[in-house]
Design a binder for this molecule. Sequence first.
Ligand code: MOS
Length: 697
Amino acid sequence: MTERLESREKVTGTARYAFEYPVENVAYVAAVQASVGRGEITAVGTEAAMALPGVLAVLSCENAPRLSDPPDGELAVFQSRTVSYRGQFVAAVVGETLETAREAARLVHVEYAPEAPDVRLRTDHPSLYQPGKVNPVFPADTEQGEPEEVFNNSAVRVDVTYTTPAEHNNPMEPHATIALWDEHGYLTLYDSTQGASTVQSMVAQTFGLDPSHVRVVAPHVGGGFGSKGIPKPNVVLAAMAAGAAGRPVKFAVPRQQMYATTGYRTPTIQRLRLGADNDGRLNAILHDVVEQTSTVKEFAEQTATPTRVMYQAPHRRTSHRLVPLDVPTPSWMRAPGETPGMYALESVMDELAIATGIDPIELRIRNDTDREPESGLPFSSRNLVACLQEGAARFGWAGRDPATGVRWEGRKLIGTGVAASTYPAYMSPNRAIARAEPDGTFTVRIAAADIGTGARTALALIAAETLKADLGDVRVELGDSAFPRASVAGGSSGTAGWGTAVVRACEALRAKLNGAVAGGRGGSSHAGNGAIPPEGLEAAADTGAELKAREKYARHAFGAQFAEVEVDADTGEVRVRRMLGVFAAGRIINPATARSQFIGGMTMGVGMALLEESVMDEEFGDFLNRDLAQYHVPACADVRDIDAAWVEESDPHLNPMGSKGIGEIGIVGAAAAVGNAVHHATGIRVRHLPITPATLL
Ligand code: MOS
């Protein structure tokens, strides 16, 4: 158990976040958002804003520089007169102070030729289409056997539709950027991002720069949950504003503006059909999803992909359909796809358990499989059953009475629920450098991001183990695109992808050190490291080839979530009394930060189940939520007793560490466990999130 290496800096406030870098002669940016949901900008009145003392520039579609090749439509800031959604950035002010910029932004007068926005997701929308793929690279549709026919002829059939609302990531640190251009046209960005290398290449493409002319610095990041996985319009806006003002600028997106501009989880409408025989063996699974995207950029959430992984059934279908609406583009939010998809699938499994009279754990065990159902590939390891059984023992599941609405404690109804979790064990190519310093310490450099996960600490542990060095002698430097190129802190792939590069770099360094010792070269210094030249000794690694050569396995983490709820029969208020998650996620590198990832994800699942909902204004467009008073996330009082555990898993087919990734699986299935517990308590099956008091009365 290792405490996070930067914990002292964080709690003493010396860990620097993007907006906090001291920059000389810095100016401030405030953005103007579209006040119509759709239409054309006919004029931008800037006189009043420019007349305010201290205003340096006003930018809009009327005067913004042409961008070279923005890689997606959301990054084409001020390149068109078209308003694609309410709240889109349509102008910005650069001022000497933040107050000046904000005041001037209010004085920018944008005129529109408005049209009625179409923002309502529905399954009969005329623009519904099948995307070419779903995020990131999965086929939109799959089908095996005769699912409809077999479903229709099954002894037990469950045919239900679940819906989930839009949800917003809401990291504690809002999206923020400092942009500086030097006299040679080099751009430096201090940016709150999950991937410095990704921002570097996407911003370079946007402005037509060589990537080596863009540097992105982000050693500390206050959360992202996916919303900082790729640059959002604020980054482009900051760079553009710095150019226009001829000064470095700071731009922090106020939380009020994040709801329209920095991404959210798409709402979903999911029809699920499970056909089984009387003993609960699934014959047919059909999972058909409708969700939204914007008119600016396609984002297709992979909501039905976990259904391709979870349970055996010879006849199966998954499909995704998109409706392009006049809304901001949805984006990644913690376990995109698995989170809404498993909410629906695991709720419907509970419905099937009741329809067949089989215990919900037993039902899942009966439908377990040792090959990934749709690909036919063997799992590298799959310990769903172990998680269910271990969780059942720890939680006290044995002897549970399946009857609903019968356990009273005063005016409270009590119930328990279970759901499964899964998340893919992704891994991306990475590079890293390991250095032996003349003083006997080691430095590892990689452009990875620590977004609060403990990545820095995990990589230091991995490096120390490979180098056979003391943790205290290993320094990990990350969060800088000047370091070797790294994949994004996303898809729960960081430790696996970055860690492999760190292991390979450290192994190469050890080989060099041994060579140096054997060759007896050099003079110096530290015991054990024999012959380190004064400039240090360095080794680099690139895992691209290694990843390509990997054997074909289905690689996924699994888990089981248990919840006990009490429901106030008079008010409909739901309280989660206790929650337990048991996960099988390969080797756990650092139990302290791993536990924090698991219970953080589970807590977010409680929010999804009971609190979180972004409400679209159907007349005017845009989300009505503007802050954490209107968008509720769980507070300490909402989380009374939450625990995470894991089963030991030794899987040789993953990576040198044997790890699977833990950042996202904690949220997967959590909302279903809570919803299933609410049903057990009350007998009411709510098929729409969040489960508010009103839905139970
Ligand atoms: Mo995660 S939503 O892949 O950053």
